[in-house]
Design a binder for this molecule. Structure first.
Ligand code: CAO
Length: 444
């Protein structure tokens, strides 16, 4: 048999009258024991009133904005036998509810409240908001719980309630916005939650031999975090190719004297930038970014080329702006200037922003190929390794061929496979190689 229990506001400590600011249940709801029914607020604290028993909400006796105090009726709860609250707040009463066998008009007599064991429940735990409001967002405990369950940081949520109070709807809207804004495939990666990896090994290296601790530079820490994010959240593929730069190298050496006189070197990198712009014009999806949400590609009509510079403190990527409007001498001069600024730690944050495509040249150092990490939100980066003179088989179809010494430049193009297909990447590097083997193409 079921009975109807009057659920009343229990002892709420020092508070005589508090406002009902949230009603967390409605008639017809099944509630578990200890489930929150309403939230009340004084000028110092908010608190949730829990249900002393499991049951079905029959009727609400409060509405938003009501003032309540200890003993005020909250609702009528239908409880089944054995579920009636063992511990009732003073004045709460359980009366048998009409059952199928008992006509509603003739309810069985209610047991006298005095016959119920009366325990005064401990005061409802308070969650102070007044004096810590400078540090905590304004939200009721139920909204905080809701936010906690969804791992939402309430300090990032804009409250739409009175005095900026964050409501459950605000949290829902926040989650919706985050879910629709994050690039779809990347959404799962940052934060590491979906990666069920074993813990990083904790090793006492000193046990095996002498060691020395060297703190990472600020640049390394900053760039490391970005590189890690880009590496795990962008599906990278690297396309390798090589360009015959034999003629370009002759031209570079011939033209280099003029720049030397002006105090800067005309290195291959200036020509690389020029050739890349020609290829980017031909394949615009490489000069683009994936819009947040992953729905659209933002094709950029400007060409700001990032150049990775190795500094004693770590890697930085200053950006050569509007590189398409500059000649190779200007580019070479600017490269010398920005790499000096980078190594002197004099770059400003703005000097490293707005890039549309990056080049990482290790050619001056060595190596045959490598897999550069894309500089998000760009979608591709070109790695350049050391050029080598080697025999290349030359000969048109049907003619006797021969090995000819050619200066070959290794290219490693990493691209975001969400945006760029393997075939496009192979076309891009082939085209780039053809431009580098005959730089006149960049004039076309
Ligand atoms: N093949 C052979 N030699 C090359 C070359 C190549 N691809 N590229 C440059 N060189 C030569 C230059 O001609 C120069 O030779 P000389 O000293 O005889 O004149 C020498 O190597 C040094 O060049 P440089 O490094 O001073 O100039 P640069 O324009 O090639 O590069 C810069 C400038 C700033 C990009 C470079 O100094 C640098 O920092 N590179 C490292 C970038 C990096 O760390 N990338 C890794 C990032 S991880 O993704």
């Amino acid at each position: 048999m079921s009975s109807i229990t009057e659920i009343k506001v229990p002892d709420i400590g020092d508070f005589k009258e508090v406002d009902v600011i949230e009603i967390l249940v409605k008639p017809g709801d099944s509630v578990a024991k200890e489930a929150s029914l309403i939230t009340v607020e004084s000028d110092k604290a908010t608190m949730e009133i829990p249900s002393p028993a499991a049951g079905l909400v029959k009727e609400l006796k409060v509405k938003l904005g009501d003032k309540v105090g200890e003993g005020s009726m909250i609702l009528l709860l239908e409880t089944s036998e054995g579920e009636s609250p063992a511990a009732q707040p003073a004045g709460s009463a359980a009366i048998p509810a009409p059952s199928a066998a008992t006509p509603a008009a003739a309810p069985a007599p209610a047991p006298a409240p005095a016959t119920l064991p009366i325990h005064r429940p401990a005061p409802v735990p308070l969650e102070p908001v007044g004096d810590v409001s400078a540090f905590k967002p304004h939200a009721s405990p139920s909204v905080r719980k809701f936010a906690r369950e969804l791992a939402v940081d309430l300090s990032k949520v804009q409250g739409s309630g009175p005095k900026g109070r964050i409501t459950q709807e605000d949290v829902q809207a926040f989650v919706k916005r985050v879910m629709t804004q994050a690039p779809a495939p990347a959404a799962a990666a940052p934060g590491g939650a979906p990666f069920n990896l074993p813990e990083w090994p904790q090793v006492d290296f000193g046990k095996f031999g002498p060691v020395e601790l060297k703190p990472l530079s600020r640049i390394k820490k900053l760039s490391g975090a970005n590189l890690h994010r880009n590496w795990i959240s962008i599906p990278h593929v690297t396309q390798f190719d090589e360009a015959d730069i034999t003629d370009l190298e002759v031209f570079r050496r011939e033209s280099g004297a003029a720049s030397e006189k002006q105090g800067f070197k005309l290195t291959m990198l200036a020509f690389m930038i020029k050739a890349c712009i020609t290829a980017l014009r031909q394949y615009p999806e490489f000069n683009a970014s994936l819009e947040r949400g992953g729905e659209n590609l933002v094709l950029k009509k400007y060409f700001h080329i990032g150049v990775a510079v190795d500094t004693p403190d770590g890697l930085v990527v200053p950006v050569i702006r509007d590189a398409d409007r500059k000649g190779v001498y200007d580019l070479a001069r600017e490269l010398a200037e920005v790499s000096k600024l980078a190594r002197d730690r004099k770059l400003k944050p703005g000097d490293m922003q707005g890039g549309t495509f990056s080049i990482s040249s290790l050619g001056g150092i060595g190596g045959t190929a490598f897999t550069p990490i894309i500089n998000a939100p760009e979608v591709a980066i070109l790695g350049v390794s050391r050029s080598v003179m080697r025999p290349v088989w030359m000969g048109a179809k049907g003619e006797a061929g021969q090995f000819v010494p050619r200066l070959m430049l290794p290219l490693s193009l990493s691209y975001d496979h969400r945006v760029i297909d393997g075939a496009s990447a192979a076309r891009f590097t082939s085209y780039l190689a053809s431009v580098l083997s005959d730089i006149r193409r960049s004039l076309l």
